[in-house]
Write a protein of this length. Structure first.
Length: 384
């Protein structure tokens, strides 16, 4: 038998983030006797998907963190990696603007297929010292670094991928729009179909009062996800509707937000669940999905929430192309938390329906998408 071609996927760490979840969805559904994924990661510690990757036949390579203070050493390490691993003919980079370093090294070492994949759209920066939603210095530095480094992506990439139109234009520029291919953040739709029994069982498992309105959010504790705003909205909602519970799923440092919940006197009604492998079941137990992100591409979590038949209240900074079921209510972050809370109350009475047909017709089901990506890899590999 012929060996499968090996595609190098480049990310930071394989935890349950949006890009990582999307890649794993594709990896599980490709024909791995024809195409295998290997991973070039930038953390020494193990990610939650690492063992599954190895079980599926993937190899994991590790480099140092991308450190702007030590960029020359990192670039040298990248160059050495590609010299030692000339078996890779396809490199698929998911680092947004920082992909420029990987793709530069790949081009220098004559890798023929170099894919840059945009997973975000860092349009908004708030440094107003009087604003409650101002972004910290760490985000400001990352914002400017991404926007500077992305300028050279077209020099080194020869394929432009994005999770949505807005994300593509942000990374590659308006002039390159005709060359951008949108790769949907596709999911296994069947896993998310609403089942009332699962919803009831999970409310019981999470010790949620069955009479409570359950507000949920899935996303790592990073600045863009706007967890402080989520807690402020929930505080207003709690004042209007005391029988309410907030469920927060995601990794990262949540110390600041646990303290904030306590300061708002809502800590007894907020569950911080951390990183979970049963998100599809937790979504069953949620009644309204809250997603006030400040900077996004086209988040896979909102496709998953729609596949669960959930009503969603989301920031209007997110591209409306993801509203494939009509379940998303977009709201401006300029509106105060009480305004958002009122929208949630207006949306709370509805019947959950099976949206799988709508998700599939919008081309967000994984099976066809995985077949397309597999065919692309095989075709481009044969051309080079």
């Amino acid at each position: 038998m012929m060996e499968p071609i090996r595609v190098l996927q480049v990310l930071t760490i394989m935890n349950r983030g949006g890009a990582e979840t999307m890649i794993m969805n594709y990896y599980r559904n490709i024909n791995r006797s024809k195409v295998q994924f290997d991973f070039l990661l930038h953390r020494k510690e193990e990610g939650v998907f690492d063992r599954e990757i190895e079980l599926l036949g993937g190899k994991i390579h590790r480099l140092s963190n991308i450190n702007l203070k030590n960029l020359m050493a990192y670039k040298k390490e990248l160059d050495e990696f590609f010299k030692q691993h000339n078996e890779y003919k396809i490199v698929h980079a998911h680092l947004n603007g920082l992909s420029v370093f990987v793709l530069n090294a790949a081009k220098k070492n004559k890798v023929p297929v170099r894919i840059a994949h945009s997973h975000t759209s860092l349009y908004h920066l708030n440094i107003n010292p009087f604003s409650k939603n101002r972004q910290p210095l760490s985000f400001v530095v990352r914002f400017f670094a991404q926007n500077i480094f992305k300028q050279n992506i077209p020099k080194y990439a020869n394929y432009y991928y994005a999770c949505g139109e807005k994300a593509g234009i942000w990374l590659f520029g308006k002039k390159n729009e005709p060359n951008i291919t949108v790769i949907n953040n596709a999911i296994d739709t069947s896993k998310f179909i609403y089942r009332k029994k699962v919803a009831n069982d999970y409310k019981d498992k999470l010790n949620i009062n069955p009479q409570h309105l359950v507000i949920g959010h899935v996303g790592n504790f990073v600045q863009e996800k706007n967890h402080a705003f989520i807690l402020n909205v929930f505080k207003e909602l709690k004042n209007m509707e005391p029988k309410t519970t907030l469920v927060l799923v995601g990794g990262g440092d949540r110390t600041e937000f646990e303290a904030r919940a306590k300061a708002l006197k809502i800590e007894d009604s907020v569950q911080f669940l951390g990183v979970r492998s049963d998100v599809e079941n937790i979504l069953q137990a949620i009644d309204i999905f809250l997603f006030p992100s400040t900077n996004e591409g086209l988040p896979v979590t909102l496709i998953e929430a729609q596949a669960s038949g959930l009503k969603i209240v989301a920031s209007d900074d997110i591209s409306n192309e993801l509203n494939v079921t009509g379940l998303v209510n977009f709201c401006s972050l300029e509106k105060p938390p009480r305004f958002w809370a009122n929208i949630i109350l207006k949306e709370k009475l509805y019947n959950r329906i099976d949206t799988s047909k709508m998700i599939t017709e919008a081309n967000y089901d994984i099976k066809n998408n995985a077949q397309w990506l597999q065919d692309f890899y095989l075709t481009t590999n044969n051309l080079n």
